[in-house]
Every structure is written in C-alpha cells, then in structure tokens.
Write a protein that binds this ligand. Structure first.
Ligand SMILES: Cc1ncc(COP(=O)(O)O)c(C=O)c1O
Length: 369
C-alpha cells in the first residue's frame, strides 16, 4: 500500500513539472482516440547496467513502443497534421513521401487511420520485405533506381513530382519539412523532461532527417536555460561529425555503416535551425554499435535496431566523459525485428568484418547462420 502511495506521489510530482506544452506524464493510461492517439507518451527506460557501471543515470526513450514501431510515427503524424492545418490536403487526399524505412511505415498507418491514400517512393535496392510491409499497410509503392540526390530521378524528387501531378495531394518532405522537428519540440522533449523531473544534463542521439535530435535539443536547451548539453552521434559515412567539428567548414565522409535510417550527406532544414545549439559530436564505429546491440539484449532484455544501439553507445561514452552523478538521455528508435536476419547472422557479421566485435560470452545470440 505504501509503495502504491509513493508511486502516486511520484506521478503527481512529474505531472506538476508539466512543460509549457502541457505535457502530463505518469497519468494512468486511459483510452486514446484512434491510432494517432496512441503515438507518443512512451516510457523512459533506465538502462540499469550501464548506469550502474558509469555512476550516471542513463535513460533510453522507448520510441520502439509507438504503435507503428518507431520514433518516426511522431514525425508522420506531425507532417500530416501540418498539411491539414495549412489546408494543403482535404479528406480523401493522397500523402506522398520518399522513404526507405520507418517514416513510410508511420505514414502508411496514419494514412489508414485518417482515410488518406499513401504513396511511397524508395530506392530499388531495398529488401522485398520492406516493399511488402508497406503494401500490406495499404501504401502504393514505387521502387525506383537508386541514384544520387543531385539526379532528378532520385526517389525524393520523384515523390515530389508525383504529388504535383495529383489533385489534393501533398509531398510531406520529411527531410526539410520542419513540422517533423516540431513533433519533438512539442512532444518528445517535454515528455523526457517531465519524466526525469527536469534532470537531463546531457542528451545524445544520431540523425537521419535530424528531426528527432534537433527538436529534442531545442526543447531541452530552452527549458534548461541552455544547461543541457546536446551531442550529435554520427555513424561512419555521415558528414555531420566533420561539419560540426570544423565549425561548418568541412563535409568530409569516411567509411560506411551497417546502421539504417541515420547518417547524412547534408545539413537538412530540420537540423539547420538548431545547428548552433549543438555542444559537440562524435562518431561511433560499427564495432561499438554491434557490441551494444548484443549488450542491450543480454543486460537489459532490449531487442534494439542498430541506430538505437549506436545512440546508447554514444550515451555510454558521454556518461563516462561527463562523470558520475549526471543524467544522460538518448533515444531507442526501433526494435531489431526488421534487421534480425543481418544483425544476428554469423555469416553477415563475418562478411561485414564485425564478428570479432562481439565478445565470446555474447556470441550465443548470433543464432542465425
Ligand atoms: C531506425 C531509425 N533510427 C533513427 C532515425 C533518425 O530519426 P530522424 O529522421 O528524426 O533524424 C530513423 C529515421 O528514419 C530511423 O528509421
């Protein structure tokens, strides 16, 4: 009984420190209105082993618990809401996007729940599994040749032209549409701040469109009067680490990465807005990322995709840098389900030169040949 009272008190405290956006956390979950009502309000999970090891409180925001399975549900909802609010789309209209991954899945779900058609362009190098999933969620899918962004036949440009050809259609443009970043300023950031009772010393995560990192950074900087540090975590092959370290002079890239959905060749509009708020950046090699995929499973029971593991590897490094007693937060973007045939395959790991990155006591999780 007393434990129950104590937890009620904790919830009340969290709710009292509600953000200017009126976020209330810790309320007993009631009913929600449709699929979109279930987006957000995800738990903030204390990562016990690495917290105890570093003496910091390290938290991962459980974005894999969104109803479409990833952090991108929030962006999908906001870019569609933005199009509605600006009068760009009417009932029965069509949402068009260029995406190879989670944004398409989020958009397909939100479109079904709101009664829009969904059209997705993606590079034809993507797996049949991804195409099938989008189709079974009701989307019309166009796999097109994988060409550089500068080429007019790039999947993003084709998506834009497709929307222009239709009546009552919108290209949601996730990379440069800042409604994406707004989702995280208005929801993810305030949730995290309230969930920790206003104690986040440092935040780190990687970027694809930059919406998640930039939006949360913006909110945390504002609410903490600039005290919360924001570290961008980059995979190999992305230009952002070099851009940030050189004060915007260089955009060098080296290597490539097994991670999906993150790493960038340019500063998107979503990221550009907050580039001056960034404390610093680091790159996380694939060896550390894959090791953390296995550690999270073994130590925390968390079955996470590579971008989440990279984020946690970054939070772990940051905790070691800033010393004990501090609170560090990051994002658990999606689960490992869509990537299991690679991340847990012995031959794939060998082929990528990553088999040696997994310590022998964790090798037992690589159960696929
Ligand atoms: C698995 C995964 N992690 C991270 C990200 C990056 O999020 P953002 O686009 O907000 O930078 C994405 C984006 O698609 C993703 O699919």
């Amino acid at each position: 009984m007393s434990m129950f009272r104590q937890s009620i008190r904790r919830f009340a405290t969290a709710a009292d420190s509600a953000s200017p956006y009126g976020i209330r956390v810790g309320k007993v979950q009631g009913t929600v209105n449709g699929f979109t009502g279930a987006i957000g309000n995800t738990p903030l999970i204390r990562l016990n082993k690495i917290s105890d090891e570093t003496g910091c409180e390290i938290y991962g925001k459980a974005e894999f618990m969104n109803p479409g399975g990833s952090v991108k549900d929030r962006a999908a909802l906001y870019v569609i809401k933005d199009a509605e609010e600006r009068g760009l789309i009417q009932p029965g209209g069509t949402i068009v996007e260029g995406t190879a991954g989670n944004t398409g899945i989020g958009l397909a779900h939100v479109c079904r729940s709101k009664g829009y058609k969904c059209v997705i362009y993606m590079p034809n190098t993507q797996s049949q599994g991804k195409i099938d999933l989008l189709r079974l969620l009701g989307a019309e899918v166009y796999p097109v040749p994988a060409v550089a962004f500068e080429n007019p036949e790039n999947y993003n440009h084709q998506a834009k032209r497709h929307a222009e050809r239709l009546e009552n259609a919108v290209w949601t443009n996730q990379f440069d549409n800042t409604a994406n970043r707004r989702a995280h300023i208005e929801t993810t950031g305030p949730e995290m701040w309230a969930q920790t009772g206003g104690k986040i010393d440092a935040f780190t995560c990687s970027t694809g469109t930059g919406g998640t990192f930039a939006g949360i950074t913006r909110y945390l900087k504002e609410v903490s009067d600039g005290r919360t540090e924001a570290w961008l975590a980059d995979p190999p092959g992305s230009v952002l680490h070099s851009y940030i370290q050189s004060g915007g002079k260089l955009t060098e890239r080296s290597g490539s990465s097994i991670t999906e959905g993150i790493g960038q060749g340019r500063v998107t509009d979503n990221l550009k807005q907050e580039i001056n708020l960034i404390t610093s950046s680091f790159t996380i090699p694939d060896e550390e990322t894959i090791h953390m995929v296995y550690r999270l499973l073994d130590e925390e029971g968390l079955y996470m995709g590579a971008s989440s593991a990279l984020n946690v590897a970054a939070a772990y490094q940051l905790a070691k840098n800033i010393g004990p007693g501090r609170t560090v937060a990051t994002i658990l973007c999606d689960g490992a389900y869509r990537y299991a045939d690679r991340l847990f395959s012995k031959s794939w790991l060998r082929q990528k030169g990553l088999d040696k990155a997994i310590p022998s006591h964790l090798e037992k999780y690589a159960v696929l040949d």
